[in-house]
Design a protein around this ligand. Structure first.
Ligand code: TXA
Ligand code: MG
Length: 325
């Protein structure tokens, strides 16, 4: 069932969470599929419904700082600086976990990923539920992430108890995941908070280009979700350097960063931001990919995007969407 997010429907959603059910809810990044993070049976349902491998841990969402201290063993100075500056918002911190966090949430790791979302509906849902909420993106494993309630409905509709609808997500790409458990901070996933902003606050961050590292078998994947092929449309996708590479055909779909200088004669064209604005492009990314995927074209050509600021997160998703073994 899909309900418009109101105080009443959010309270109903919280009662489902408390009873061990699943609710899809909006955050500023993407829609999440939430369960009570302290209830292992409820969390197990997330893995089952998403067809997510058990080795891929979940992010725990909180609305109040006291929960951070209950869920972790250590919150160091750098973590506190980042939290003060960027929470609530699209930043997930990986910290040492406390014994309160069930193993199924962290896939047996000694660390837990915690995020305080900024979206008012997410915050209310967590507060009314009186428990932290474990939530991956509300899509089938490896598929395109949902930035509208309709995206969630298409992929998971009948399998979950409730979808809270609050329209389109404003950021449009998942949170930035940063590990603070080793000596140096490590970027595990570029996302809605540009790594440049993080570096301004705490200094150098190790950028682990995981999907490339994982191509070579000897390099260990640091975040289990760092699979090279992810966020994929069903339609094959190819990254291109120049628009001249696009063959003119009705069977072709094209994803452009900005308004093209030349006319492109193909089946469908999606432009992420007419004026080439990265924030706007990120917000439109998954919706554009969903539309291209539903258009019935045989191949999608995607234009490269400058990998700075939010562009790194967009390029990361495009690289993985077009990755071939
Ligand atoms: O914006 C977001 O982060 C969204 C919304 C719903 O909050 N959530 C999301 O969750 O994207 P998910 O499950 O699709 O991605 C979580 C990522 C995965 O790559 C996972 O491997 C990583 O976070 N992760 C979670 N716990 C971790 C841990 N303890 N150590 C390292 N990586 C972890
Ligand atoms: Mg995901």
């Amino acid at each position: 069932m899909k309900l418009k997010a109101t105080a009443k429907s959010i309270k109903h959603a919280a009662s489902i969470i408390k009873k061990g059910g699943l609710v899809a809810f909006p955050t500023e990044t993407v829609y999440g599929l939430g369960a009570d993070a302290l209830n292992p049976r409820a969390v197990a349902k997330i893995f089952e419904i998403k067809k997510r491998p058990a080795f891929d841990p979940l992010i725990v969402h909180i609305a109040e700082m006291e929960w951070l201290h209950k869920l972790t063993r250590q919150v160091d100075k750098k973590a506190l600086i980042l939290i003060k500056k960027f929470w609530p918002g699209p930043l997930t911190l990986v910290l040492l976990k406390s014994s309160l966090v069930p193993d199924i949430v962290t896939a047996g790791l000694d660390t837990v990923a915690v995020r305080m979302p900024a979206h008012p509906v997410a915050r209310q849902l967590i507060k009314f539920s009186q428990t932290p909420i474990a939530a991956p993106s509300a899509n089938l494993f490896g598929c395109l992430s949902p930035t509208t309630a309709t995206h969630v409905e298409k992929q998971l509709g009948k399998k979950i108890d409730l979808i809270l609808d609050a329209g389109k997500c404003s950021v449009g790409v998942e949170s930035t995941v940063l590990s603070l458990v080793g000596g140096k901070p490590v970027l595990l996933r570029p996302g809605g908070l540009p790594v440049e902003e993080i570096e301004k606050a705490i200094g150098k961050v190790v950028r682990h280009v995981y999907w490339q590292a994982s191509k070579s078998k000897n390099k260990k994947i640091q975040s289990p979700g760092q699979l090279p092929s992810h966020y994929s449309p069903r339609t094959p996708m190819k990254l291109i350097k120049s628009l001249e590479q696009i063959p003119f055909s009705n069977d072709t779909g094209v994803l452009l960063f900005k308004k093209p200088a030349i006319k492109i004669k193909v089946g469908v064209v999606e432009i992420l931001s007419e004026k080439g604005d990265l924030t706007e492009a990120a917000a439109n990314l998954f919706s554009a990919l969903h539309r291209l995927d539903d258009a019935g074209v045989k191949i999608i050509y995607a234009e490269r995007i400058p990998a700075v600021g939010l562009g790194s997160a967009i390029m990361d998703r495009l690289q993985r969407a077009s990755f071939k073994e």
